[in-house]
Ligand binder design. Structure first.
Ligand SMILES: Cc1ncc(COP(=O)(O)O)c(C=O)c1O
Length: 411
């Protein structure tokens, strides 16, 4: 039972599929609460990657031999899995990238070709640096103006401020679908409608959202949507960029090299169609196959039960933290995801994280690549615990105990 809801989800059966969860840290069973930074990997993902290298490996798209064809098929099957995950209309709208960061850079650099001084990019104050710095490049290089949308006291997106910041000069609204610090899930559908009304395109940073929400890019009407593999129980080195077909077609290529061309001569080059136009060189083949396996594995789980489970963990942890003297929670908006950022009077987050680590509890401390948000909150860093489907209520209790020990040690 959790908060009156009967959870049918078998967390112990899930845990058995993640080999790392059985290890100890400093002689204590590991409690891994750094999932918003990167999640652990189930056997299916590890096996899919090892299997790809053991049994059927070659470069993709180039060969006329069996291994090349099999590997190409596995790679394209993974693209199909990403399509399903976000309900894109076609796999051709999915570009494999090396992560969320690269995906945003592809869009910002491509848009940069047409940005003129005074054109505006609207961002929220809770964006990750990956969804800020590529737009700063357009400010530095093209004279674009960055306009910022604030959050309200509970960490929700200020829709009134959004309406004020959008203008006929807005070229792009770049917005998180879930904050990696506050856990806030903005009403992105309404924000997209407002931006479209103003004539702007919208990029959603879904790096945190794809693992925690059910995403439908067509229902949202997003122009671009970005996700990353390593937070989705998949490997590092792989992410994706979704773009509506006509948006990707209008975007100039990012990197030049093999695979992204149609023809190359001494005087001229013509480009391949999307998505290959954005996948120059040998792509992260094994990583894409691993991501496909992670998505397939997630699809086989009861995602509604997972959601209920993670929300129960969030509720229990929130209640536990509210009991800690001098603790301030950052982000309490309704419908938030399973991320808890907090500060404790007189305790530096780095010290907290180190003391917790000695007790086997892994949390993150720092600015979380969100310095504009940190200054908005009036802090330079926070501690952060973030939960995944394999975490348990007992682990929350161990975390709360460890935290109260740390508090006493530091006060
Ligand atoms: C909200 C958000 N956006 C973007 C990123 C960057 O993604 P990647 O690590 O795949 O480049 C992260 C990762 O921490 C994130 O949390």
């Amino acid at each position: 039972m959790a908060g009156g809801v009967i959870v049918t989800f078998d967390v112990q059966a899930i845990r058995k599929q993640f080999p790392i969860l059985s290890r100890a840290v400093h002689g204590k069973p590991l409690v891994y609460f750094d999932n918003a930074a990167s999640a652990q990997k189930p056997d299916v993902v590890i096996d899919a990657m090892a299997g790809a290298m053991r049994n059927s490996y070659a470069n993709v798209h180039r060969g006329l031999h069996t291994l090349a064809n099999e590997t190409t098929q596995a790679y394209e099957t993974a693209r199909g899995a990403v399509r399903r995950l976000i309900n894109a209309a076609s796999p051709d709208e999915i570009v494999f990238t090396k992560g969320g960061t690269e995906a945003i850079n592809i869009v910002a650099a491509g848009l940069g070709a047409s940005i003129k001084p005074g054109d505006e990019i609207v961002l929220s104050i809770m964006e990750h640096h990956s969804n800020i710095v590529p737009w700063h490049f357009l400010r530095e290089r093209n004279g674009a103006v960055l306009k910022w949308v604030d959050t309200l006291a509970d960490g929700s997106l200020d829709m009134v401020s959004l309406a004020k910041q959008l203008s006929p000069r807005t070229k792009m609204l770049a917005l998180t679908h879930m904050s990696n610090v506050l856990g806030t899930v903005p009403d992105v559908k309404a924000a997209i409608a407002m931006a479209h009304e103003a004539g702007a395109q919208v990029l959603l940073d879904g790096c945190q959202a794809v693992v925690n929400l059910s995403v439908d890019v067509r229902d949202l009407d997003a122009d671009f949507y970005v996700g990353t593999g390593h937070k989705l129980y998949g490997p590092t080195g792989i992410g994706f960029l979704y773009g509506k077909r006509e948006r990707l077609e209008a975007l100039p290529p990012f990197e030049g090299g093999g695979e992204m061309i149609e023809t190359v001569s001494r005087d001229r080059v013509t480009y391949n169609a999307a998505p290959h136009r954005f996948e120059a060189g040998t792509p992260p083949i094994v990583e894409a196959i691993g991501l496909g396996a992670a998505i397939g594995w997630l699809e086989a789980q009861d995602r509604q039960a997972i959601h209920v489970h993670k929300q129960a963990l969030l509720t229990r942890a929130t209640e536990a933290l509210r009991g800690v003297n001098g603790l301030r929670l950052h982000g309490t908006a309704a419908g938030k995801g399973p991320v808890l950022a907090f500060s404790i009077d007189g305790a530096h987050p780095h010290d907290l994280a180190q003391i917790l680590d000695r007790q086997g509890v892994a949390i993150r401390a720092g600015h979380h690549c969100a310095q504009p948000l940190m200054s908005h909150l009036g802090v330079s860093a926070t501690a952060r615990a973030s939960f995944a489907l394999y975490n348990t209520e007992e682990e929350i209790d161990r975390f709360a105990e460890a935290l109260s020990k740390a508090r006493h040690m530091l006060s």
